[in-house]
Design a protein around this ligand. Structure first.
Ligand code: MSP
Length: 518
């Protein structure tokens, strides 16, 4: 492995049969927060997202819209997927589309390699298939003939296909998960994978012959490669899988592979934790370090989805609450790895108490007091030992939690520090201290400690809420310390960074009251 290996994180690539909803945004925002955090740890980072464009589901949607599948995909990617990620401030380094040549060629080469090595054979598939999942189903996956995930009838397929000897990898996969528990998280997901592997694992049909929207099987061009086999490879094709070691792609691959984290929803865990590593093992390529399965956003107790008409677009929320509150809410309110119900009431309550009151008000009160009592300038450097010590602990707790994908734990630690700073201001009562000019030194101390705490809060919350923290950074006159995104997590708790004399400026309110935005 290259010594300067990047921290490489991926999201699933999304089907382009429709525009993104908040379930998709949940995964992508989590990936964005985690990669921003790692960048602020000073690591080299590579963050990939993209779109899954082949298969029956996308083809059917394009046809029912009287559009050619490629045109449909181009339109959706340009008008919906890329703009939504931009609106949500997603800082991905690359965006892969499975219809791109860089992907299709590498997929064909990979498959040919598996065939040459004896991992592929001809067979007949007979059984149920869910187009919503794009998955060959087992009897236990169905409920009265319907897919349990989509509550829709399955198709009965009977096709001559090419098969991948998945069953040959059961032993190595079990060994892998038993000796590397961190390779599949949380523990509930790992247990599910292990018990699946301990059951009957069948070989996998990896081609389809009844439609042509896919990548042709290189030695049998009447068949297209099964959409999941094609899609899973995106994580590796995007960074140069199979390229000569000294080529550009080969160097990129050495720098990024294996992926550090594949973020996925729990519905697509088996593809990522069983089929994908088996494909890689067959090809002699390193398996990903971690597959992390998060839970579902529920609406009315069920998985939120467009096909069940419970889909909510990110803009439905951001138009009232703003992008930062959207990013904050889902990661703070739901333990990553568990299901969580979305409700407007909970969103509004947290917005008001945690963001507008605890964080936003603290910032606006401090700026107003520095304007009023200190002629707009950050006072002399001071140090409150209790706040400083607690900040050191906060940074450690938050860093440990976020690196372990416990976003809720990490944000809780940061917001607890914010509460502590509020408590400090309440107890010290700077507005009372200010009444007597003889107390100026004491007043300056209180205001410096508060400003310095806000500097730290801005940096720690930047990965979660890039926009408001940037505003706060400007407002505190902290730009002389460099760009906020360049501030290192490991240095946040070095007390006394905000230079005395920096000019503060009033900004617009960080989190406007909800009555005002509606
Ligand atoms: N195209 C496949 C993934 C291929 S990756 C090689 C796919 N796409 S998807 O668009 O249907 O879903 C992508 C992701 O969105 C999944 O991780 C899924 O769990 C997530 N979500 C879709 N609805 C969701 C919720 N209601 N809640 C949380 N995440 C959900 O599957």
């Amino acid at each position: 492995m290259a010594a300067d290996k990047s921290f490489y994180l991926t999201t699933p690539i999304y089907y382009v049969n429709d525009a993104p909803h908040i379930g998709h945004a949940y995964t992508t925002v989590a990936g964005d927060v985690l990669t921003r955090w790692h960048r602020q740890r000073g690591e080299s980072v590579w963050f990939l997202t993209g779109t899954d464009e082949h298969g029956q589901k996308v083809l059917n949607t394009a046809q029912s819209n009287n559009t050619k599948p490629q045109d449909w995909c181009d339109r959706l990617v340009d008008s919906a997927w890329k703009p939504v990620w931009q609106d949500l401030n997603i800082a991905n380094d690359d965006f892969i589309r499975t219809t791109e040549k860089r992907h299709t060629i590498r997929v064909q080469n990979f498959l040919q390699g598996l065939k040459d090595a004896g991992h592929i054979y001809a067979g007949k598939f007979e059984g149920p298939y869910c187009i919503g999942c794009e998955e060959f189903k087992l009897p236990g996956d169905l409920d009265k003939g319907m897919c349990k995930i989509h509550s829709k009838p399955v198709e009965m397929l009977s096709e001559d296909n090419w098969f991948f000897k998945l069953s040959a990898f059961v032993g190595p996969l079990l060994e892998h998960y038993k000796s590397n528990p961190g390779a599949c998280e949380p523990a509930s997901a790992r247990n599910e994978v292990i018990s699946f592997l301990e059951g009957e694992v069948r070989d996998l049909s990896i081609s389809r012959s009844t439609f042509d929207w896919g990548i042709p099987v290189p030695w049998d061009t009447k068949q297209v490669i099964y959409v999941w086999f094609d899609a899973l490879l995106n994580y590796a094709t995007a960074v140069g899988l199979g390229d000569e070691p000294d080529s550009e792609g080969g160097k990129k691959f050495a720098k990024t592979w294996p992926a550090d984290v594949h973020l996925v929803g729990k519905d697509i865990l088996r593809f990522h934790a069983i089929i994908w590593p088996a494909m890689l093992m067959a090809a002699g390529v390193a398996v990903p370090k971690k597959v992390f399965a998060h839970g579902w956003l529920l609406v009315g107790g069920e998985k939120m989805s467009k096909s069940k008409l419970t889909g909510i677009a990110p803009s439905d929320i951001t138009k009232d609450f703003g992008v930062d509150a959207f990013r904050y809410y889902f990661l703070k309110a739901i333990p990553f790895g568990s299901d969580g119900s979305f409700s407007w009431e909970d969103m509004a309550a947290r917005y008001t108490s945690e963001l507008a009151n605890d964080f936003g008000n603290l910032a606006s009160r401090l700026i107003a007091m520095i304007e009023k009592y200190c002629d707009n300038k950050i006072p002399q450097v001071a140090k409150d030992n209790e706040l400083a010590q607690s900040l050191t602990q906060t940074v450690k707790t938050a860093d440990d939690a976020i690196c372990a994908l416990d976003f809720q734990g990490g944000i809780n630690a940061i917001m607890d520090f914010c509460k502590q700073v509020n408590g400090y201001v309440t107890i010290k009562q700077p507005w009372v201290v200010a009444k007597d000019a003889a107390n100026k030194a004491q007043l300056d101390e209180i205001l410096y400690n508060t400003a310095e705490s806000l500097r730290a809060l801005a940096v720690l919350l930047h990965p979660v809420m890039p926009e408001v923290t940037e505003k706060l950074w400007q407002s505190l006159g902290a730009s002389s310390l460099g760009a906020i995104g360049d501030q290192q997590i490991s240095k946040v708790s070095n007390w006394g960074q905000l230079p005395a004399g920096s000019v503060v400026t009033k900004t617009e309110v960080l989190f406007p009251r909800l009555e005002e935005v509606k």
